[in-house]
Design a protein around this ligand. Structure first.
Ligand SMILES: C[S@@+](CC[C@H](N)C(=O)[O-])C[C@H]1O[C@@H](n2cnc3c(N)ncnc32)[C@H](O)[C@@H]1O
Length: 380
């Protein structure tokens, strides 16, 4: 390991031996627009719940390197890949948990044949998670299940259902002000998403080591939730549907990799996905110069100190082709593009701000998009 470009102690936390995210809680529309992914391109993408990597795969890049230091996240992606390989579209949605099914364990007996040995060994022991649908199996999704139960108690089932009935932004706004934004909602939100409860429940206290400048997590998230509930059309917001109902409301409001019209493209690209379990700094170090065209970094940088973040950006520059694109989010810790790296990257601030404003996954504080400057290129 070299100094500074590999993540420190946080990554030894026990949470990394379990499934943290069964889905990606990041809006793939942002990655689609930020990264110029397509045939002929090589993409490096943080795996997490696998959804956004698979969604980007539907754009049919030539090579996809999916990276996660948590082996269980890799095994989840292996399972989603094996499912797509072996099942027709409807059966795939049923198997993952997007539709009801009574025979997921039976289906798994077919899917498992397409799994690598380590992933098969893991999923063979996870009958309960498979039977319930793996989309609900992560620690973060279980936290949101608890949120949903309390939300129904506080707002009432009918009010929660009515949230999705607004036909215009104006109606959404009125509904939010008149029915949704009550005192119990504010108090509940504040407590449920405060630092300590979130740390104990959905995430891990160590993830907040570098947080500064946020007085109340609950208030921060509530302001972001208001933005999504009032200013963005709710109909296709599958993130809010998942939070409120624990399922997608219909087959049109789903992540791109689950959309019927993209399923053939997904299946045609599965062989190009390399699932790599490793720490990002180590993975970058093993890649040749100028070999990757797009980098989807989720929000990994806020879990590391500032100097590690900068070292990882330098490593990214070495590995990137001229004009390559990268994007990453900040949930709570601001990790903006460092101005001292302007020689290496051209940030796309207006694009990033526009995409953040339309972010249906809404919790993020900041989004960064940049192009790589190399060999005299200005970074497209
Ligand atoms: C940063 S987390 C955030 C999850 C995300 N916001 C979402 O909604 O899916 C995404 C993934 O990054 C992985 N991860 C974090 N730091 C990493 C690193 N330095 N190298 C490789 N993977 C990392 C975690 O294991 C996790 O599965």
């Amino acid at each position: 390991m070299q100094a500074n470009d590999t993540c420190p102690e946080i990554l030894d936390r026990p949470v990394f031996g379990r499934l943290l995210f069964a889905q990606c809680w990041e809006d793939p529309r942002m990655d689609f627009e930020a990264l110029d992914v397509g045939p002929g391109k090589t993409l490096l993408s943080v795996t997490s719940g696998g959804c956004n990597t698979l969604s980007l795969a539907t754009l049919q890049p030539t090579r996809i390197i999916a990276v996660d230091l948590n082996p269980v996240q890799s095994w989840l992606l292996n399972l989603k890949i094996a499912g797509a390989r072996t099942l027709e579209h409807r059966a795939y949605l049923e198997f993952l948990g997007a539709h009801d099914s009574r025979n997921r364990w039976e289906t798994y007996q077919t899917v498992r044949q397409a799994l690598p040995a380590d992933a098969r060994r893991y999923w063979d022991t996870q009958r309960r998670a498979i039977e319930r649908g793996v989309l609900r199996a992560g620690r973060y999704e279980r936290y949101l299940t608890a949120f949903r139960r309390l939300l129904r108690a506080i707002q009432g089932r009918k009010t929660v259902a009515r949230l999705f009935e607004s036909a215009s932004l104006e109606q959404q706004h009125r509904f939010y002000e008149e029915r949704w934004d009550t005192l119990p909602w504010r108090l509940f939100f504040r407590v449920f998403f405060c630092r300590s409860v979130l740390g104990m429940g959905g995430l891990d206290p160590a993830f907040f080591t570098y947080v500064s400048g946020i007085r109340s997590f609950g208030e921060h998230f509530r302001a972001r939730a208001r933005h999504a509930l009032v200013e963005l059309p709710i109909r296709d917001n599958y993130f809010i549907a998942q939070i409120c109902f624990g399922r997608y409301l219909d087959d049109t409001a789903v992540p791109p990799y689950l959309a019927a019209e993209r399923y053939d493209a997904l299946r045609a690209t599965l062989d190009r996905i390399e699932v790599v379990t490793g720490e990002l700094g180590d993975v970058l170090r093993a890649l040749p110069d100028s070999s990757v065209d797009a980098f989807n970094y989720s929000n990994v940088f806020e879990w590391v100190p500032g100097d590690t973040f900068e070292a990882m950006l330098r490593a990214t520059h070495r590995v990137a082709t001229p004009g390559a694109r990268l994007c990453y989010r900040n949930l709570l810790v601001l990790r903006r593009h460092p101005p001292n790296l302007d020689r290496l990257f051209t940030p796309h601030r207006a694009l990033a701000a526009r995409l953040l404003d339309a972010d249906r996954s809404f919790v993020y504080r900041n989004f960064e998009v940049a192009s790589v400057r190399k060999n005299g290129t200005a970074g497209a």
